[in-house]
Design a protein around this ligand. Sequence first.
Ligand code: NAP
Length: 288
Amino acid sequence: MATIPTITLNNGVEMPQLGFGVFQVPDLAECAAAVTTALQAGYRLLDTATAYQNEEAVGRGIKASGVARDEIFVTSKLWVSDFTYERAQRGIDASLQRLGLDYLDLYLLHQPYGDTMGAWRALEEAHQAGKIRAIGVSNFYADQLKNLELTMTVKPVINQIEVNPWYQQPSEVAFNQSEDVRVEAWAPFAEGKQGIFTNTTLQQIAQAHGKTTGQVILRWLLQRGITVIPKSVHRERIRENQDVFDFTLTPAEMQTIAGLDQGKSQFFDHRDPVTIEQIFGASLKDLK
Ligand code: NAP
């Protein structure tokens, strides 16, 4: 079983470069089993969220794996319905309780909406109290990230954003990297949209290396200095997705994949007022 290399975050904490995501695994038994499979296959980074409603199953999967807690890097996220200082304090404790853990390795503000500053202050305090080893954000554009950095005390270690061959976000990735905020790609496979696994360009590159298209995509992200958290509930794919550290894409292949960029999110534009209403509007009743 090959060891997954780590990187050092801007606060000195070490984090695996590749992990396991559990979005859209609502069946809790399936989720727990997938987490156990992933840990036993060698994954050491897990990515869940309050909004995924499966933190409890992730906790169960960890326990069943037999892997020691201190070998695992557990990430969860606070949902927008808890974006006030007081609600965030409770939200952090609730995540810990559901996961059955006494600390989190990384906790993220899931979206850039509402009282992010109040919520961030609660994350800072939990970090200082030793409940969370590192704190970060998700779906923050450069201006929102800069605003948070300038307003608050602790700098985010991570910004988890959508990055995949169809939506490569070169300027956002470069900005985060210039700020020493690690980019973590969600939906690295664009959730399979537009036939990504059978794309001819990616297939040709995969063939040249004796790899799969999924492995080529993950390798391309890693070579851009991006952390990846692919999701699968299938044992063979779980294994396949972590087997990406024994080959290197050439500069020409990296360029070819850069040419696939469509410059558009495959899901939603986080700056679109309609999206903001959809994601955040439903939470307002909880915040009043
Ligand atoms: P993804 O990883 O891009 O794609 C997952 C899909 O690809 C699933 O349908 C999976 O099917 C399939 N798949 C996985 N490996 C495969 C392979 N080797 N060959 C063929 N098909 C394969 O999508 P995602 O789950 O949305 O993103 C990854 C993680 O990012 C999430 O799980 C979550 O932790 C995080 N995320 C965060 C945000 C955010 O706002 N911060 C948003 C979305 C996701 P099977 O499961 O059936 O194998």
